[in-house]
Design a protein around this ligand. Sequence first.
Ligand SMILES: [Zn+2]
Ligand SMILES: [Zn+2]
Length: 306
Amino acid sequence: GQYLCDVPSCRSVLKRCNNDVAHGACNCLPDASSGEPLCIYCGLNQVIPSLDAEANLAKWRKLEAAKRRTLYTVRALGFPVAAASDPPLRFAFLTDINGPVTTGHENGLITINVREADDVERERTRVQMGEPQRTLVGHFRHELGHFYWDLLVKNQRLDEFRSLFGNELDPSYDVAMRRYYDQGPPSDWNEQFVSEYASMHPWEDFAETFNTYLDMASIVSTAAQQQIATTLHDDFESLLLAYCEIGSAVNELNREMGLKDLVPEIIHPTVAAKLRFVDELRRQTDEARPHPLDAPHFADIVAAAD
Ligand SMILES: [Zn+2]
Ligand SMILES: [Zn+2]
């Protein structure tokens, strides 16, 4: 079956991604002319869990949905999303079957423990770690922060990074990690960091800040699409202001329902400067932003062709 984009200026002929056809795990529609069976998002997978176990299929579908949502935002903001980058971006979704798996990033490979897609397990970890939120999109946003540090900061803007986030070599990551788990965050962490975990080491600070920047950009753009927010200004100051306004309003709504805050963090000026650094990174890569019609197609926005 082929599909046709119903945007009159587009009319691309599309096909279903093979992860949808075979597993119901994708709703992205690649161009019918593409020689690849998988869409751009599924094509980044290096390892998926064994689907012999029914429970793994349900968890993998949740992981893919969170991955697509996150990468869609990242790409729309102008960050490069390609398997051809150096290091290439890839994903591995692993279970603990062959020993403990740590969620993390190394040299372009983002590993997520499949257990994180189990709501009970994830909530238990959130309470143990004292985190205000723990979500699958949050995992992808954080680990992508590590990836973009390698791709856009390490060899290009290291001095500027160190003036805002500190020297990533002193103390070393291992020393900083041991100190954090022994002593916890400094008591005034929220004046300098977006989360407690961000206070551990400059790399984690950047990943947590990147995570929050993506929260900010996706909440403000979706609020504009849903006509909750007023006119969408594209500059950083307006973005931050809109995020804080929407956040405090929705926090109150959530509290009425006994739900967790949408926006738990308080953005002090030091944190705002770090967020602005991420904003500048995505603007410097603006030329890589795809033409709107090059954006991926999803099953809910196209009509089936006859
Ligand atoms: Zn796909
Ligand atoms: Zn991290």
